[in-house]
Ligand binder design. Structure first.
Ligand SMILES: Cc1ncc(COP(=O)(O)O)c(C=O)c1O
Length: 344
């Protein structure tokens, strides 16, 4: 088995999840009759301390459905230029929600601050200006960073002062909660809505949840239908999601420890620079590009059984996840060291 450090999206359902799929109680969820989906939605709402939740097919779907629900078409979304919804959703915000993205470059290189957000919220009734439909944050960020809860609360305060809702793309929200050792509901308290992915570090095969107030989730349910995301006997895919929330959250700490170990080991290799200390399960690193051919490096690593995606902006990313072990991490670091040495 290769050590697959490409992404936590490659995780596979556990035996308990497969068993839950086989035995799930089912019904037609589009008319609200799938008991397993309903139970998953209730689990998620409870975990995040919100009134309601909606099961959707993917993180991208959850994000687009949130935009469509918070914003009218032509509204503006205040968001970091590094956010997944800006960079990695193929322009869906323009196509589906028909919003204008007001992308900002965070001065700290990591997340938007309250001051930066405040400056971009539109005020007044000038007909030339777009309306600010929502403020968009990530927790953890696409760059594997955790936005400090006080900063997140400060952004929410600013947005709410202007009656603008705040959405958190929480594809890895539970990674952040586990890393901070805080109750997810407390971490989610300042914001209006969140999306949460079941199919990354939590290992469920499919699905995300969109959570928030009942009125928001009711409106999102209609939008999910419009987007073609109403799923009939969806309990077969909701059942492993329930196992994910019940059994797989606390073990994310292992992935985080493995990421720290991996960063420590590869950081000792001459020429390797860890660009950010891992906060969750991601290790970002770079190396002198003049001396290294990334394609060869990736091919050599693959031949040693270590899989990676190509670098973005000269930065490599390794992601630790179930069932990668400490021994795998040590083996991967040795492979990186060997390969870099032979490529010189
Ligand atoms: C921060 C973030 N948001 C959203 C998504 C989209 O999730 P999906 O691949 O389920 O559409 C991802 C996927 O990696 C992500 O990292």
């Amino acid at each position: 088995m290769p050590i697959d450090l490409r992404s936590d999206t490659v995780t596979l359902p556990t035996p308990a999840m497969r068993q839950a799929m086989a035995t799930a109680e089912l019904g037609d969820d589009v008319i609200g009759e799938d008991p397993t989906v309903r139970a998953l939605e209730a689990d998620a709402a409870r975990l995040l301390g919100k009134e309601a939740a909606l099961f959707v097919p993917s993180g991208t779907f959850a994000n687009q459905c949130a935009l469509l629900t918070h914003c009218a078409s032509g509204d503006e979304v205040v968001v970091s230029e590094q956010a997944h919804v800006v960079v990695h959703e193929a322009g869906a915000a323009a196509l589906l929600a028909r919003v204008q993205v007001r992308a900002l470059a965070p001065a700290n290189g990591r997340w938007p601050t309250a001051v930066e957000v405040a400056r971009r919220i539109r005020v007044g009734d000038d007909i030339h200006l777009p309306r600010t439909g929502c403020v968009w944050l990530e927790q953890a960020t696409s760059c594997g960073e955790i936005m400090p809860p006080v900063d997140l609360a400060a952004v929410a305060r600013v947005a709410h002062r202007h009656k603008v809702p705040v959405h958190v793309d929480g594809a890895r929200f539970l990674n952040a909660a586990v890393a901070l050792d805080v109750d997810p509901a407390r971490l989610a308290a300042p914001v209006d809505s969140l999306s949460l992915s079941l199919s990354k570090g939590l290992c469920a095969p499919v699905g995300s949840l969109l959570v928030g107030r009942s009125a928001f989730v009711d409106a999102a349910r209609r939008n999910r239908k419009r987007m073609g995301g109403g799923m009939r006997q969806a309990g077969v895919i909701a059942a492993p999601g329930r196992v994910a929330l019940a059994d797989m959250v606390s073990r994310l700490a292992e992935d985080h420890a493995n990421a720290r170990l991996l960063a420590g080991l590869i950081g000792q290799i001459p020429g390797v620079v860890i660009t950010r200390e891992p906060a969750i399960n991601m290790v970002f690193w770079r190396i002198d590009r003049e001396r290294i051919d990334w394609n060869r490096l990736r091919a050599r690593l693959a031949s040693e059984g270590v899989l990676t995606y190509p670098p973005e902006d000269g930065e490599m990313r390794f992601v630790t996840h179930h069932p990668i072990t400490e021994a795998d991490v040590r083996a991967a670091a040795l492979a990186v060291s060997r390969v870099i040495r032979t490529l010189r």
